[in-house]
Design a protein around this ligand. Structure first.
Ligand SMILES: Cc1ncc(COP(=O)(O)O)c(C=O)c1O
Length: 434
């Protein structure tokens, strides 16, 4: 395709996006990008501009665009059999479920596959309710769970909610957001007051007995908020005292993203009863999974079904991703390259006062921007400037946070320190322009 033809397609793609999609399907950048190709760490727009992709379509392209090993497995499976439905067993689905049992912590053993994080979280909520016979769930403010009625009710973000909560029974605890502590305290003198507060929340806003506590180990859409040491251990204790199960929403934090461990929750000493995930598991193919202990899974009543859940092609891709992560030591790589990235981001923080906080684990690092370090007034406009400047330097980043003032980076798990240097140079120029 000639560049002239490509340019026509670009304006057409963006124009049609604006004309024919719901306006709520917002795009990044003043001049939205239409991406046409990806290879490894890079993507190309339809003007033939090449970008270093430091967000991976929201932490979803985990091991590189068009990764030859993953694609080969996908193509072979496509030619073998694409779809069976769960009415028949299929080898990749069974093998993936077994593999997930092997790599998940504690007693987690049985999986239910779907197509998205939303469905994975919904399944977890239903499973917790049916297993316990209780109906109330403690979730966190600043959390994100997806787009179903249940997930929208669970999540802790007004900007993502088109309607008031449609499903009763979710109560929202204060987030363990140390940079903006809801109790205006400082760790560790705070004694993790936000965790202790959950007991009062349960005793004052529920029947006193809950089905579950559900949280992301790192609040992703919320701006990569990392709870302090000891937080989840204390919350698990309170949850179990009130009859609840512990659900870790690992849609963003699983598959080595946080470094060294398969799952984010493994950075705390907690054994979840249910883990949900999606995004990076199949390197961009749609997949969701809810993994539960036999005690929980065996109580899920009646029949259940997901047409595309456990699809032979997506589960094949997932198996190939997990094998690659193991073969290439990518959990360690995420820790090492993530550590290097963190060091460089701290350097930028020393240089630019607009950076209020740098936080994250492994290759999940965020930068919170503020107008003033004392007042911590959010600076979403500064994020806009950094976005435009980094785009000019052909580097793609992400954003998040309730106030839209957090830059999120999600480099691929097989990234190198050279990629970090390129990202840092672009960010440096971006902050200089603020
Ligand atoms: C933590 C978390 N849970 C659930 C979801 C919903 O996933 P999906 O968009 O695949 O439905 C997301 C999506 O960003 C997420 O970040």
């Amino acid at each position: 395709m000639s560049t002239a033809e490509a340019k026509t397609i670009q304006s057409e793609s963006v124009r049609k996006h604006k004309e024919f999609l719901f306006p709520a399907v917002a795009t990044y950048y003043q001049e939205p990008l239409a991406l046409v190709r990806g290879e490894g760490f890079h993507v190309w727009d339809d003007q033939d501009n090449k970008y270093l992709d430091c967000f991976g379509g929201v932490l979803t392209v985990s091991v590189g665009h068009a990764n030859p090993k993953i694609n080969q497995a996908i193509i072979e499976q496509l030619n073998r059999i694409t779809h069976t439905s769960t009415l028949y067993a299929n080898k990749p689905q069974s093998d993936l479920a077994e593999k997930l049992h092997q790599i998940t912590p504690g007693k987690l053993k049985k999986s239910f596959f779907t197509n998205s994080g939303t469905e994975a979280d919904d399944t977890a909520v239903h499973a917790a309710k049916t297993a316990t016979g209780r109906h109330e769930i403690v979730v966190l403010r600043h959390s994100y769970s997806g787009r179903s009625a249940s997930s929208l009710s669970a999540m802790g973000h007004a900007p993502w909610r088109p309607l008031p909560a449609q499903v009763a029974g979710f109560v929202h605890a204060h987030a363990p957001y140390c940079y903006r502590c809801p109790f205006k305290l400082t760790y560790p003198e705070c004694g993790i007051a936000c965790a202790d507060d959950i007991e009062e929340l349960i005793m004052t806003t529920t029947t006193g007995e809950i089905a579950a506590f559900m949280a992301e180990p790192i609040l992703g859409v919320g701006g990569f908020v990392v709870p302090p040491p000891g937080y989840f251990e204390r919350v698990a204790e309170i949850t179990r005292k009130h009859g609840g199960l512990f659900i870790a929403d690992e849609v963003q934090t699983a598959w080595g993203r946080t470094g060294e461990k398969w799952f984010g929750i493994e950075h705390w000493d907690v054994e979840p009863d249910i883990i949900t995930s999606a995004k990076g598991l199949a390197n961009g193919l749609p997949i969701g999974v809810t993994i539960a202990t036999p005690e929980v899974a065996d109580k899920y009543p009646g029949m259940t079904f997901s047409t595309f859940g456990g699809n032979a092609v997506t589960t094949t891709a997932a198996l190939a991703v997990l094998k690659l992560i193991e073969d290439e030591n990518l959990k360690q790589n995420a820790a090492e390259v993530g550590g290097y990235l963190r060091e460089k981001l701290e350097g930028l923080k020393d240089k630019y006062s607009v950076i209020g906080d740098v936080r994250g684990l492994g290759l999940m690092q965020g930068i919170e921007l503020v107008k003033d370090r004392e007042t911590k007034e959010p600076a979403p406009q500064a994020v806009g400037t950094v976005f435009e400047e980094t785009k000019k330097r052909r580097v793609l980043i992400g954003k998040g946070g309730l106030y839209g003032n957090v830059i999120r980076t999600g480099l691929m798990l097989n990234s190198t320190k050279d990629h970090v240097d390129e990202l840092i140079a672009a960010l440096d120029a971006g902050f200089a322009a603020v």
